[in-house]
Design a protein around this ligand. Structure first.
Ligand code: AMP
Length: 434
């Protein structure tokens, strides 16, 4: 929130504190430890599946998302952070990761190398949505893309990877929902059946659904309004309208999931919010979340590469919301404690301080976690500080120690103190494994 300047007398103006923009959040060090836990688990899972990391720009040409995600989607239509830069180019903060990854694959000719191309990413995404629990304007996704294969095993793995990740971080209360939304051969006929079925109910639908009816009828199935749900309760099901190719693909994906022993539920109304999906779509939902219950989702997008100017090339991917996973993680796991400090170097007097600063630098270079006081605290207060930080050892260097070339070492567990040479302390710290 921006606070207007307030005059507080004598010509001084209190400018107020500037807070973070609505829908954004700071990740403070205690939270960051959880983020690291999730990020490390994700890297380990992707590594096992042979995915390499890709980092694409936070902003892209607006056209990439218009073409890739589809103009008739809520994301492109209502939620993008789009701006003109100083060179009069229309740029957009990425609302999702797939379009940028596909753009990069084409730009770097990865599609012409060994297939499939297997990439993963983690990072912030931006959508102008109404913030609420589990929904932000800047949020983070972890996701993967597998380009160049039609193999249903790739779809099954793409569902299994996020499921494995969730389990690794202690999240077990989730459900996998799957559906198939067909391909450009069978979907248009379904869309027409859907339209015909709802033609005489169109006027009773909500305003958004009336618009969807005209522009993007599949999204009708996704409306959360009770009245729309009732009106669309008896619509024909997508899975019953699939062509032979799509039906067989879906059947194989399910067979692999069965082989994995990964339970799933068929969700005939699951359509997802982005236009590029074909065949398999899926979501991982958790009752530990509120109204925004999706931890992640994804699907196959066999037309996207071509839409973005590349060759015909199938693809499948997923993206999961990191904040939402962390919300559920927090329910089941305590936050990781900060790593203990190996040594606090307490000092007194100018000579002691000089030695302390030099030693701290050297020991840190060797990989030890070392703290030192910058606040001119008394020795007593530095000891307290060491205790608070959980330091195992305090190395004390006063005027006397400095002049005699020794340090006093206090073992914080036993309270024992003895005099040693700094080099000896360093060696013993290194031997203890830092
Ligand atoms: P989507 O690309 O919309 O399928 O999003 C994939 C996942 O990202 C969702 O299942 C959520 O976990 C997460 N997500 C999407 N939008 C938001 C948002 N506005 N705030 C927080 N997480 C989000």
């Amino acid at each position: 929130m921006w606070v207007p300047p307030v005059p507080i007398g004598n010509g001084v103006v209190f400018l107020g504190i500037i807070t973070a923009p609505r829908g954004t959040a700071d990740i403070l060090p205690a939270d960051a430890r959880r983020w690291h836990e999730l990020e490390e688990a994700a890297r380990a899972v992707f590594d096992a599946y042979g995915y390499g990391e890709i980092r694409t720009p936070i902003f892209e040409h607006t056209e990439l998302f218009q073409r890739g995600i589809g103009e008739a989607t809520d994301v492109v239509d209502k939620e993008m952070y789009t701006f003109m830069d100083r060179g009069d180019r229309s740029l957009t903060l990425r609302p999702e990761g797939t379009a940028g990854v596909v753009r990069a694959v084409l730009e770097h000719n990865m599609d012409k190398g060994a297939l499939p191309v297997k990439l993963y990413y983690m990072g912030p995404m931006f959508r102008y949505e109404r913030p609420q629990a589990g929904r932000a304007r800047q949020f983070h996704q972890v996701g993967a893309e597998c380009l160049g294969t039609m193999d249903p095993a790739a779809d099954a793995e793409m569902i299994r990877m996020p499921a494995t990740l969730l389990k690794r971080v202690g999240v077990t209360n989730f459900e996998v929902l799957i559906n198939s939304i067909g391909c450009p051969r069978c979907r248009p006929a379904y869309v027409e059946r859907l339209r015909a079925h709802l033609a005489d109910r169109r006027e009773q639908l909500c305003a958004s659904c009336r618009e969807r009816y005209d522009r993007n009828p599949l999204r009708l199935l996704d409306c959360k309004r009770e009245s729309c749900r009732r009106l669309t309760e008896d619509v024909p099901q997508l899975v019953d309208s699939l062509c032979d190719g799509c039906a067989s693909h879906f059947q194989q994906v399910r067979a692999y999931l069965d082989d994995f022993g990964l339970p799933y539920r068929l969700a005939p109304r699951l359509v997802r919010g982005l236009d590029y999906y074909t065949k398999t779509v899926f979501e991982l939902v958790s009752s530990d979340l509120g109204a925004q219950d999706a931890l992640g989702g994804g699907g196959r997008y066999d037309g996207l590469v071509e839409t973005l100017g590349g060759p015909p090339m199938p693809g499948v991917g997923f993206a999961a919301g990191m904040e939402r996973i962390l919300l559920v993680m927090a329910k089941y796991r305590p936050a990781p404690a900060p790593k203990p400090v190996d040594a606090m170097i307490a000092h007194h007097g100018a000579a002691g301080r000089r030695i302390a600063v030099r030693l701290a630098g050297e020991w840190r270079d060797a990989g030890l976690r070392v703290e030192i006081d910058y606040m001119d605290r008394s020795l007593r207060a530095q000891m307290k500080q060491a205790d608070r930080l959980g330091a195992r050892l305090v190395v004390i260097i006063g005027e006397d120690e400095a002049s005699r070339g020794v340090v006093r070492v206090r073992d914080m567990a036993t309270g024992e103190e003895r005099e040693m040479r700094a080099e000896e302390v360093f060696q013993s710290l290194m031997q203890k494994g830092g």
